[in-house]
Design a protein around this ligand. Structure first.
Ligand SMILES: Nc1nc2c(c(=O)[nH]1)N[C@H]1C(S)=C(S)[C@@H](COP(=O)(O)OP(=O)(O)OC[C@H]3O[C@@H](n4cnc5c(=O)[nH]c(N)nc54)[C@H](O)[C@@H]3O)O[C@H]1N2
Ligand SMILES: Nc1nc2c(c(=O)[nH]1)N[C@H]1C(S)=C(S)[C@@H](COP(=O)(O)OP(=O)(O)OC[C@H]3O[C@@H](n4cnc5c(=O)[nH]c(N)nc54)[C@H](O)[C@@H]3O)O[C@H]1N2
Ligand SMILES: [Mo]
Length: 766
């Protein structure tokens, strides 16, 4: 096992970005032995003649900065271009039983997978196999299985071309079981926005940042999870545009920023103040806070009629305003303050700035979507924007910050469990098979299927399913009863180690690598958080001659699994991606017409967003005010009503991880170093519950006590977080999230509000 750095807790007093960020990039390039390859690649990152960063989905400008990458994008590049290899010899040294004891960091740290592998139960090891054998045997086994018993999971990174092939493979095989990471992430957005404004995605583009006069941030940690956006935020702040943040934690990236790529800023003490107001809302308190804002606006309007609300917009473009307004009026301040954890004065301050601004954008992330009422949260954001007509004009709109770099695009080209969301007729006409009608399984449904034995096979196009899902301690034993597990991956992770009877690990090219098919370097496309579609190509030599492109692996599996009568030329497609693009363009002509030429233009092209023209593709043809049913985000843990010894836990990311990939043990901005085994708590809660700073505690889920869900020991860190709330890292805390504890309608696991109790792990503080 690797030696880990020493533990250290020390508040971070510097701005985000700056020297800390530059140092962190150097460290990882060095550690991964990727200095030469990595530094050359970084110059091509997010450039029209290069590749899309494999980290977050934030927009890539058509006119990029000289260095269009951030600290965490650089880490992702170094992680993929590492010189270290997890080759067949590695597996002769380690059994799966042994590897299951390793932390996530150590597993991925051994480098890239290089050869196709098959699990051998007798020796409890992965053994090298050939691609032909893998395809033949997996294909033969798939042919014996019920299509609806197989799940085709996608993690959100694969290109539009690969994703289109993948969903077609699943549907030609006979199932809509196409869950993806979006089911754990922004599905609350897809459901909420579709119903409210008729698009499942955000409505703003990069240009809007140049026109906006006020930004609101809800539950998104820009400094760690979408740091390139800090450039837009810095520009906005130079114009003196206010930024108002709602977040239980004071996230450093939302406070101050020094651009590490600006010599002047690096050499002077200057830093940019990001948030002009910072409201530490209670976990789960956003709906109440937004109702508070709406209430202030209605009061202001009553006092000075026709000065606050955009009546013309509301009358012409919306429905449901009266019901919404009367619900808001009926809410009492006392209730709003208690649920939101914010004072009336604080909410008045935020509402006043909102009311004074003509063009407002709301930006949000997992702090809104990963709640029991995550969909309601999203719809509350829309309600507020609708009150002042903040849609369909430059500088205004809604901006969900997506996660994986092509997660939005995967949905656009058909990776969805819901066949109603795909152009069935066009698929059937072109490809000559019947698209199954039955609704497929989303991520939570797939987990239930694994628990009750209905799901028998699993194919993973990337990701670390067993680590990312909720209730992991219950899921792992059930997983072992599967008949087939096929994982297409770049690095080893825990999902590859929970062995099932027939298990294959197929190594693929990363997106930064040059993907040559028939000797020709291929291009590929992604869609970012602003609905912008770009073409890219790889920049680095592949890690090994034995790894294959994801598209080629899908073609190999599909050819082996589907009857030979299939009218899709899988192998032809995977040797020339322009053929896949023409199929995408024929299937989704409105979005992808002339894809081949348009994606090559600097800055790519935008998918049409009807809202921009104030057209509403909703059932009523209008934008919809949706009246919230409750002030809580979570009925299981309603703030104020919960037992005194129960805390609401949010599970969140450090600055040194990409989802389940742990780059290191440093959460610099939160002052944590050398460990992830911590729980952040308010000092009053620590004292009130009889604990001490530094004490080790066990965390137990406080709902459904008949099922024991426990994590720990974790060390208590005193932190600036609202009382009654606590925070700890994902994925370590996933065993605490009950599978059924998910958002209504979107089924996004409610990973941001898990009621927990603490107990001492040992009597000795560390
Ligand atoms: N470097 C890096 N970049 C990433 C990722 C990564 O792991 N590492 N992951 C990618 C993916 S897949 C995604 S989905 C995104 C995730 O990016 P984010 O949406 O930023 O997700 P989290 O880190 O989970 O943090 C959510 C934020 O919500 C706040 N929060 C928690 N509960 C509440 C609440 O009840 N109300 C409010 N208002 N705020 C709350 C937390 O304090 C935290 O600041 O980032 C993507 N980019
Ligand atoms: N408690 C809790 N749980 C959560 C969350 C939370 O905030 N709290 N967040 C949720 C969210 S937002 C998300 S998106 C999910 C993430 O869930 P996933 O997308 O399933 O997980 P990742 O950690 O992104 O997957 C990492 C693995 O992907 C593989 N990989 C990396 N690059 C490539 C590639 O180019 N191709 C292929 N084929 N494989 C590749 C590597 O093997 C790596 O180990 O987790 C969710 N789970
Ligand atoms: Mo995500």
């Amino acid at each position: 096992m690797l030696i880990h750095p020493k533990k250290h807790f020390h508040p971070y007093t510097h701005a985000s970005g700056g020297w800390g960020s530059a140092q962190s990039v150097m460290k990882i390039l060095w550690r991964e032995q990727a200095f030469a390859k990595g530094s050359v690649a970084l110059l091509k990152q997010n450039k029209p003649d290069g590749f899309a960063c494999v980290s977050c989905a934030w927009a890539k400008p058509g006119r990029p900065h000289a260095l269009e990458f951030c600290e965490n994008g650089a880490k992702a590049t170094a992680w993929e271009l590492t010189s270290l290899k997890t080759d067949p010899a590695f597996f002769t040294r380690h059994t799966l039983t042994e590897l299951r004891q390793w932390p996530d960091y150590d597993l991925e740290q051994h480098g890239r997978l290089t050869h196709p592998l098959r699990y051998d139960a007798a020796s409890d090891r992965y053994q090298e196999t050939s691609w032909d054998e893998a395809y033949r045997e997996i294909g033969a086994q798939l042919q014996t299985m019920q299509p609806d018993s197989v799940v085709f999971y996608a993690s959100g990174r694969a290109s539009l071309e690969t994703s289109f092939m993948y969903q077609l493979f699943a549907r030609a095989y006979g199932t809509n079981n196409l869950p993806d990471s979006s089911n754990m992430c922004h599905e609350s957005t897809s459901v909420g926005l579709q119903e409210s404004i008729g698009v499942p995605v955000g409505t703003v583009t990069l240009d809007d940042f140049e026109h906006t006069d006020c930004l609101f941030f809800f539950g998104q940690n820009v400094g760690s999870n979408a740091p390139r956006m800090l450039h837009q935020l810095q520009d906005v702040r130079k114009r003196d545009v206010p930024i108002i943040t709602f977040n239980p934690l004071r996230e450093r990236g939302l406070e101050r920023f020094v651009n590490p790529q600006s010599p002047t800023e690096m050499l002077t003490p200057a830093s940019t103040l990001i948030s002009t107001q910072y409201h530490q809302v209670a976990i789960g308190g956003d709906t109440a806070a937004l109702i508070g804002l709406a209430k202030v606006l209605l009061d202001m309007e009553d006092r000075a009629p026709s000065t606050i609300l955009d009546h013309a917009f509301i009358a012409e473009h919306t429905q449901g305003f009266e019901a919404f307004a009367s619900m808001v009026r009926s809410c009492h301040w006392q209730q709003i303050e208690r649920q939101s954890g914010l004072s009336r004065g604080a909410l008045e301050a935020a509402a006043t700035v909102y009311a004074q601004s003509e063009r407002v954008m709301f930006i949000y992330g997992m702090g809104m979507t990963q709640h029991r009422h995550g969909v309601q949260n999203v719809q509350m954001l829309v309600n507020l924007l609708l009150m002042r007509g903040n849609f369909g004009k430059p500088g205004a709109g809604i901006c969900p910050v997506r996660g994986h770099s092509n997660v939005q695009g995967q949905r656009t080209v058909g990776i969805t469990e819901d066949p109603k969301k795909v152009p069935v007729e066009l698929i059937e006409q072109q490809f000559g098979f019947k698209v199954p009608e039955q609704m497929g399984l989303c991520t939570v449904d797939a987990c239930e299927g694994i628990l009750d034995g209905k799901v028998r096979g699993f194919i993973g196009l990337g990701g670390n399913f067993l680590r990312a899902i909720p209730d992991t301690s219950r899921m792992e034993p059930a997983w072992q009863t599967l008949d087939l597990n096929v994982q297409i991956a770049t690095k080893l992770n825990r999902t590859h180690l929970i062995a099932v009877k027939n298990q294959w690990l197929l190594p693929c090219l990363g997106r930064i690598e040059i993907d040559r098919q028939n000797g020709v370097a291929q291009t590929w496309a992604t869609e970012d958080s602003t609905g912008c579609i770009h073409g890219w190509h790889g920049s680095a030599e592949p890690v090994s001659p034995h790894v294959r492109a994801e598209a080629s692996i899908i073609a190999g599996l599909a050819t082996a699994a589907l009857p030979s009568a299939s009218s899709i030329d899988w192998l032809g497609w995977s040797s020339d991606y322009s053929r896949v693009r023409s199929a995408i363009a024929n299937t989704y002509p409105q979005i992808f017409h002339d894809m081949e030429t348009r994606m090559a233009e600097p800055g790519g092209f935008h998918r049409p967003i009807a809202v921009a023209k104030r057209e509403w593709l909703t059932e009523s043809g209008k934008a919809q005010f949706v009246t919230p049913g409750t002030l809580n985000e979570d009925d299981d843990v309603s703030p104020g009503d919960i037992p005194r010894d129960v805390l609401q836990l949010m599970t969140l990311r450090s600055n040194d991880q990409f989802n389940t990939t742990i780059y290191g043990y440093e959460d610099r901005f939160r002052g944590i170093s050398g460990t992830r085994e911590v729980i952040f708590m308010h000092c009053n809660d620590i004292a009130r519950l009889g604990f001490k700073v530094g004490q080790r505690v066990l965390l137990t889920t406080a709902i459904e006590p008949e099922v024991k869900r426990q994590v720990g020991p974790l060390e208590i860190v005193a932190y600036d977080i609202p009382e009654g709330c606590a925070a700890a890292y994902y994925p370590e805390c996933n065993p605490l999230v009950p599978l059924w504890h998910h958002a209504e309608r979107s089924k996004v696991p409610a990973a941001k509000s898990v009621p927990i109790r603490l107990s001492p792990a040992s009597t000795q503080p560390l």
